[in-house]
Design a protein around this ligand. Structure first.
Ligand code: 2HG
Ligand code: ZN
Length: 452
């Protein structure tokens, strides 16, 4: 029996796909930069079926690549050639919300927006949110330790995670979904799986902590002179406004690109060098306190505030449309970095020259999450020089004590630069963990750890 026949026996023919027209959409990443070729796509329905897939692939010595919503931006969800691509799409269960504990258990394949829609009627919400919410899956969010727009208030995905069910490389099912917030009984295996990018186990269910759903919201788009002014503004708002939930940054060039790809009107009657988008959220309307804080702030060139849902979404659209607008004009080299806040302005000023030094035609669009010093460096017209551009950006960032991956993960895109952010001792420790849990390197080979 071929591996495909055995997989059909375990999952049913409907859930083992070999038709190249169907598998094609799983074989390219969202940006169009990373490609692979899977021998088939399997769609297990639960941990038991995942365990069967893992055992069969292990016996056949065939690697497995795990894919959620395929919205990842570092090439980690694209298969190495000849791998079995395991899609989590069918594992999208949503258990009843535990309102007493403010927790919920969901399948790894549930999209973020499905979980939001499921929990919000109970007055609770998911602490992490970002633009890919309609397609990204909770499993992928945990596997990459996704960050997004509310890290300032609630932390990254790891901070939302109270339990996991996962299948290890030998087919063992590890289930720890009890959700006790206090539980100091040994190694934190749940946290270890967050950010492991599918290299240590296949996540099948997740237990998430929930946060209060805050209906009183106000969003301000604030025009400022430069990154330094943006950092100073956010620091001041953070000190003054306990309701501050998001602080994002983008620049004139990004706004022009977004507007060229959409029907969005100009937010102000003139252009400005840089823009900060902030959102406040609490039980009662925070508009007055946001306005007062903005009035007290020094370096505001212009500002517009929206409290109603339509107005707030319209302001967020300027920021959240960046990714799609960039992809609409070409395949970008994407780098997601973080630097210490005091260095952010200097790094932003240095980046364009560092990039054009290795690719003079490059067009660099910067935006990101200002409070975490997290910049999304998107470089167009540079995909043929992707290695050199990545090298220049990541070395610059590392020289400021920054991280080569703030929130998207390492994936295939950045693994050869891991030593810029992690010491040799840490990488050796990571390799030892990988060897202990997946000695044959079956799970997501080519992702996260550099070539040995
Ligand atoms: C965001 O913050 C995402 O919108 C995507 O992390 C960033 O497209 C990007 O580079
Ligand atoms: Zn981001």
């Amino acid at each position: 029996m071929t591996l495909e026949d055995q997989l059909v026996e375990a999952l049913g023919a409907a859930h083992v796909v070999t038709d190249p027209e169907v598998t094609a959409s799983y074989e390219t990443d969202w940006t169009g930069r990373f490609r692979g070729s899977a021998r088939c796509v399997v769609r297990p329905g639960d941990a038991g079926q995942v365990a069967a897939v893992v055992r069969l692939c292990g016996d056949a010595g065939v690697p497995i690549c795990v894919q959620g919503g395929n919205t990842g931006l570092v090439g980690a969800s694209v298969p190495v050639d000849g791998a079995v691509l395991l899609s989590t799409a069918r594992m999208s269960s949503l258990a009843a919300v535990d309102e007493v504990s403010a927790q919920v258990t969901v399948g790894a394949g549930a999209t973020l927006s499905a979980v939001q829609a499921h929990v919000r009627p109970t007055g609770l919400d998911v602490g992490v949110d970002f633009a890919a919410r309609d397609s990204c899956t909770v499993g992928g969010m945990v596997a990459t330790n996704a960050g997004g727009e509310r890290v300032l208030r609630y932390g990254t995905m790891r901070a939302q995670l109270l339990g996991v069910e996962a299948v290890l490389a030998d087919g063992t099912i590890v289930s720890r979904l009890g959700g006790l917030p206090k539980d100091n009984t040994g190694y934190d295996v749940v946290s270890l799986l967050a950010g492991s990018e599918g290299t240590l186990g296949v996540l099948t269910r997740l237990r998430l902590r929930l946060v209060p759903l805050l209906a009183g919201r106000a969003v301000a788009l604030v025009a400022v002179n430069d990154t330094g002014a943006a950092v100073a503004l956010v620091r001041m708002l953070r000190d003054r406004l306990p309701s501050l939930e998001a602080a994002e940054i983008f620049y004139a060039e990004g706004l022009a690109l977004v507007r060229s790809q959409s029907a969005l009107p100009a937010p102000f009657d003139q252009e400005h060098p840089a823009y900060v988008l902030v959102e406040c959220a609490q039980r009662v309307d925070p508009t007055d306190e946001l306005l007062e804080a903005l009035e007290a702030a020094g370096a505001v060139r212009d500002a517009t505030v929206a409290s109603d849902s339509r107005g707030r979404h319209a302001l967020w659209a300027y920021r959240e449309s960046h990714t799609e607008a960039i992809n609409a004009v070409g395949v970008p080299v994407k780098l997601d970095v973080a630097v210490p806040l005091p260095a952010l302005a200097e790094v932003v000023a240095a980046l364009p020259d560092a990039i054009t030094a290795v690719e003079p035609r490059a067009r660099t669009i910067l935006f990101g999450h200002v409070n975490e010093g997290n910049l999304h460096v998107n470089v167009l017209n540079a995909v043929d020089r992707g290695e050199q551009v990545s090298d220049a950006v990541l070395r610059l960032v590392a020289s400021y004590g920054g991280s080569i991956s703030a929130e998207h993960g390492v994936g295939r895109a950045k693994r050869e630069w891991l030593s810029l952010s992690r010491s040799a001792e840490e990488i050796a420790m990571m390799r030892a963990i990988k060897r202990a849990l997946d000695p044959r390197g079956l799970l997501n080979p080519g992702v996260l750890l550099p070539e040995d």
